[in-house]
Design a protein around this ligand. Structure first.
Ligand SMILES: [Fe+2]
Ligand SMILES: [Fe+2]
Length: 282
C-alpha cells in the first residue's frame, strides 16, 4: 500500500449565497465544478456499496483497514457535498431532479449488474476522480480569487481522492482473477461509465448555465474553453492524455506516484477537522 487513507470529519459550512459565484474564474467555471458536485453524494454511496459487497472476501488486514477508511472518507465527502448541492437547489438550479436521475441510474445498475461490474464501474470512476484530484492539486491557480471555503472543499476532496486512489483498485485485484474476462469487465465498465458520465455532465451543465443565463455569454465560453482545453494546462487536455493509462493490462493507480502532493493536507485538516472535545481531567 503506497498510502493509507485517514478518515477526517471535516466541516466546511459553505456560504450558500456564494454558490453560483464562488470561483474567481467566473460563472462558467463555477457552474462546471458545481455540476460535477451533483454526482458526488450518490456516486460515492454507490462506491461504498460496491466495496461493501466484497468486504467478507477481503482478508488482508491492511486492505481491510484501507477499505474501512475509504468508506469513511467517501461518507464524509457525500455529507459535505449534500450540503453543497442543497445550496445549488436553493439557488434555483434543477439539482434535485438531476440527483434523482443519477440515483435512478445507479440503483438500476445495482439491480441489473453483477457485483463485479459494480466494482468495475467504481474503479473506473475512481480513476477519473483521482485524475481530477491530481489536476486540481497541480493547478491550484484555478482557485485564484475564489471564496476560500469553496476552494478548500475542492482541495480537501482532491487530496483525499488522491490519498485513497488505490483502495478500490486493490479490492478489485484481491477479489477478481486476472483472466481475459475480468479484464474485459474492467474495460467494458470503464467505457460504460465514461459514456454515461460525461454526456450527463454536459446536459446538467447546460441546464445550470441556462438557469443562470450564461448560454449566450461568449466571454464566459472563452474562459471555459481555456479552462478545459488549453494546450498546457487544460483540464480535459490533461485528463484525456492520462485516462487511457487505464487500458493497460497491468495498470495500477499508484504507477503514477503523486503522494508528494499530499504534504499540505495536514495544514488544511487543521483548519476544518472536527475534533471530539477533550475529556476534562478532574
Ligand atoms: Fe469522494
Ligand atoms: Fe473516491
Amino acid at each position: 500500500m503506497t498510502v493509507m487513507p485517514i478518515r477526517r470529519n471535516m466541516k466546511f459550512n459553505l456560504d450558500p449565497s456564494r454558490i453560483n459565484s464562488w470561483s474567481g474564474r467566473g460563472k462558467h467555471v463555477t457552474l462546471f465544478l458545481n455540476t460535477l458536485s451533483t454526482f458526488f453524494p450518490e456516486g460515492e454511496r454507490f462506491f461504498i456499496d460496491s466495496l461493501r459487497n466484497y468486504r467478507s472476501e477481503i482478508t488482508e488486514p491492511e486492505l481491510q483497514e484501507a477499505v474501512r477508511n475509504f468508506i469513511g472518507q467517501e461518507a464524509m465527502h457525500g455529507r459535505e457535498h449534500d450540503e453543497y448541492n442543497d445550496a445549488m437547489a436553493a439557488a434555483g438550479l434543477n439539482t434535485k431532479s438531476h440527483e434523482a436521475q443519477v440515483t435512478w441510474l445507479l440503483k438500476s445498475m445495482q439491480k441489473f449488474f453483477p457485483k463485479s461490474s459494480q466494482l468495475g464501474g467504481t474503479i473506473a470512476l475512481e480513476h477519473m476522480t483521482a485524475l481530477m484530484g491530481d489536476f486540481i492539486l497541480r493547478h491550484k491557480e484555478i482557485f485564484e480569487n475564489a471564496d476560500p471555503t469553496y476552494r478548500d472543499i475542492w482541495l480537501w476532496h482532491a487530496y483525499e481522492e488522491t490519498e485513497h486512489k488505490g483502495v478500490a483498485y486493490d479490492a478489485w485485484l484481491a477479489t477478481q482473477d486476472d483472466s481475459m474476462l475480468a479484464y474485459a469487465n474492467r474495460i467494458g465498465t470503464f467505457a460504460l461509465a465514461m459514456g454515461l458520465f460525461w454526456p450527463l455532465v454536459t446536459a446538467y451543465y447546460l441546464s445550470n448555465l441556462r438557469k443562470e443565463k450564461g448560454l449566450t455569454d461568449i466571454r464566459g465560453w472563452m474562459t471555459m474553453g481555456h479552462f478545459l482545453f488549453n494546450r498546457k494546462s487544460g483540464m480535459f487536455t490533461t485528463l484525456f492524455s492520462e485516462a487511457l493509462d487505464y487500458l493497460r493490462r497491468d495498470f495500477h493507480p499508484w504507477d503514477h506516484d503523486n503522494s508528494d502532493l499530499l504534504r499540505e493536507l495536514d495544514a488544511l485538516a487543521d483548519l476544518y477537522e472536527q475534533k471530539p472535545p477533550k475529556k476534562k481531567t478532574a
